[in-house]
Design a protein around this ligand. Sequence first.
Ligand code: ATP
Ligand code: MG
Length: 392
Amino acid sequence: MYKALLVRFGEISLKGKNRSFFVNKLVENIKGALRETGAYQIEKSYGRIYLYIEGNPELYIEKLKLIPGIVSISPVAIIEPEIEKIKEMALKVFDYSVKEYPATFKVETSRPNKEFPLQSPEISREVGAHLLRNINTRRPEQLKVDVHNPEHLLSLEIRRDKALVYTESIPGIGGLPVGTSGKGLLLLSGGIDSPVAGWLSLKRGMTLDAIYFHSFPYTSDRAREKVLDLARILSKYSGKINLFINHFTDIQMEIRKKCPPKYTITIMRRMMFRIAEEVARKNKNLVLVTGESIGQVASQTLESMHVINEVTNLPVLRPLISMDKTEIIQIARKIGSYNTSILPYEDCCSIFVPKHPVTRPTLKDTLEAEKDLEIERLIAESMEKSETVIIG
Ligand code: ATP
Ligand code: MG
């Protein structure tokens, strides 16, 4: 029935001169996402994108629904802008999409082509009358117009070169096209929070790479697989992600040996930030992104964040900072990461967690606590063993 998809984007049409940059990125991302979906042609036209497809629209829509920057998608029938043709196609589309009668409906018309001989209300009326006449003569259960609360909405759009007929608008995720907001480095653990933080960032147009600190053999290969899976889930939205896997066990052992137990978490997280900064510098990531949220665990008090943040000059984005766990879980479910995140493989910190971690560390005490650590050497060794996996 439908041989075309209308793809709408919102915010990016507001970006003035940058607009073509944004639209071109979106087109590029659509092409990337549809690489294996089947043949299609793409057209940019007056603030929207048309895809002329072959085959089942569902297959294309499933992919488009995940692409940041897309506000909604409608499968559309396209015909010449001529009233008899519009009526005929409206009946076909309506018949195709309405399965149960009796039913109420409304025709809604927009008419960007002001030269079209009929005005919008007249077009709606004529097409509505055509549907009633045809459908009600062949059905005992009647079809009725309800302009206030219709069960079915048939939309018409009259443009200069074509008319569109459709009944559905499927919501996309909105946001901005990936690749329009610079490149960030996500600290990706196997937990619930960091994949959500990553998703929120890429939804704002950020290109993402990720770093995972692996504590083999204290965390198993399955824990590593889990992080790879989470990165794969994110890459469905963003396209390719470089995942850096940094060996962390030696650092944790050193910390355990040389630092007071109360401070091990704070110091461990300072080491993570230092290494992440080093990776970001090499890889040209402009910011770090974490899944921290105020007060969630001992290391997420403002005092802890202050002391941990002190090791880096890069901006650290924390998209979840003010969210409750329930709100974070809701997003995790929506984006499809939740079920993977709750798999029970231990994370690197839970194994080295002291009984009484300091919740309000001061910088002075932390510096004292880490004074015996050979920081430069540990960072260099971790960088040497760093492994890169390209996901997506
Ligand atoms: P998450 O659910 O994302 O694991 P969390 O609530 O368990 O977060 P923490 O363990 O304190 O919180 O970690 C805070 C943030 O630090 C994480 O959201 C993540 O960005 C980063 N992080 C923690 N552990 C790792 C790790 N092993 N590798 C990479 N980043 C990590
Ligand atoms: Mg965690």
